[in-house]
Design a protein around this ligand. Structure first.
Ligand code: BMA
Length: 375
């Protein structure tokens, strides 16, 4: 009761001190998760894996798909990842399954299970081009954002064709006890690159910012989705100025992140660690200044070709940087996976990382009781 009064008082006073969380009407569970993400990094960094419980690889490199309670992480260390990522690409097309063939109903079910285990869910979105749905998220179409923001009814159409569907999906994420499940939403990611229609070559910084702001306002104010934390996630960046060039503002971003992949191992090992540490250092500095959590929102070495990638590359990157979480990409195919599966040659090293006490999985997330700080 005392905590609850404190909570009410605190959030009544927030308007006088400025916001650190985007949505002043965020649900208790979302506010709690946000507060916990700010402090957990001092103890350990949550491990994340995209599509982890949806599919993976068997030891003979054939795929397994949709088996209850299974994930490659669980097969190796006996528990799931603490953060699970899903993608909503193709929801805008009214498809039953996303662009990687995971049915949206399955995604919902897996998010509910993850929440019940005490885990965190993050959602990315690889939508087709809203001006021409026959074009994928990667097809080069210039001026998509300027056109949507321009004169006429384009933004209204975009809201209807895309954002309304996202909002409906988010609202459908309800736990058995009636709570909306908090989601770290990471839209329009890797925008410092130019491989998506929202990329740097296809809109100005101001246009990107406006597009982001309108998206956030529409979802929270008009559609009343009050269980989102918004993660800003660039690709590689050269400096703090570069990182902030398209930053939509403190009122529109909850979590500071970036994506960076390790390529050309082992030749680039040292360089990758150095660069990732530099970038993590930048988001850490900004996070401390802005009172926002920071995370390494996507990373990985395709096919984990380094046996000791987890202790040799990941742990040194995370060291002293207090990131709330880091997430590796999906175990999609034998030539495209980012976490070990049973028998994969980095399996032992992954176990060592898990035993280091510096990286947290399902059990530690549950013990941290991420959703209940203010109850
Ligand atoms: C990319 C690849 C693609 C996939 C996309 C969205 O990095 O994994 O195969 O379709 O992400 O998940």
């Amino acid at each position: 009761m005392v905590m609850r009064n404190f909570y009410i008082l605190f959030f009544t006073l927030i308007p006088f001190f400025g916001y650190t969380q985007v949505d002043p009407k965020a649900t208790e569970e979302t506010v709690s998760l946000y507060a916990q993400l700010k402090t957990i990094g001092a103890k350990g960094t949550l491990f994340g894996h995209q599509d982890s419980p949806a599919y993976g690889l068997n030891s003979d490199q054939t795929r397994w798909i949709g088996e209850n309670g299974r994930s490659d992480i669980k097969s190796i260390i006996g528990e799931h990842a603490a953060v699970i990522g899903f993608d909503l690409g193709h929801l805008e097309l009214d498809k039953e399954a996303n662009l990687d063939d995971v049915p949206f109903d399955k995604i919902r079910e897996l998010i509910l299970e993850n929440y019940a285990r005490g885990g965190v869910t993050t959602i990315s979105w690889h939508p087709n081009n809203p001006l021409d749905y026959t074009k994928t998220t990667w097809d080069k179409v210039e001026n998509t954002i300027p056109v949507i923001l321009g004169k006429g009814k384009e933004f209204r159409k975009y809201r209807k064709s895309s954002l309304d569907k996202l909002a409906r999906f988010f609202h459908s994420l309800e736990s058995e006890d009636g709570a909306k499940i908090p989601i770290i939403f990471r839209p329009y990611h890797e925008h410092t690159g130019s491989w998506f229609w929202w990329g740097a070559d296809y809109c100005s910084p101001q246009e990107y910012q406006e597009f982001w702001q309108k998206t956030v306002e529409y979802l929270t104010k008009k559609k009343k989705v009050h269980h989102l934390l918004f993660a800003y996630s660039t690709d590689n960046f050269g400096s703090e100025e570069h990182y902030l060039e398209r930053y939509p503002g403190d009122k529109y971003v909850d979590i500071l992140g970036f994506d960076s992949y390790h390529r050309n191992a082992p030749a680039s090992n040292e360089q990758f660690v150095k660069n990732a540490r530099r970038m993590l250092g930048t988001v850490r500095k900004l996070g401390l200044e802005k009172d926002k959590p920071w995370a390494f929102t996507e990373t990985g070495l395709e096919r984990v070709t380094e046996n000791n990638w987890w202790t040799n590359i990941v742990l040194p990157i995370l060291e002293d940087n207090q990131a709330a979480y880091f997430m590796v990409w999906r175990n999609g195919r034998p030539d495209h996976y980012y976490a070990p599966y049973p028998g994969q040659h980095s399996e032992q090293d992954f176990k060592e990382m898990a035993a280091s006490g510096k990286v947290f999985f399902e059990k530690q997330a549950r013990e941290a009781d991420l959703y209940n700080k203010y109850k």
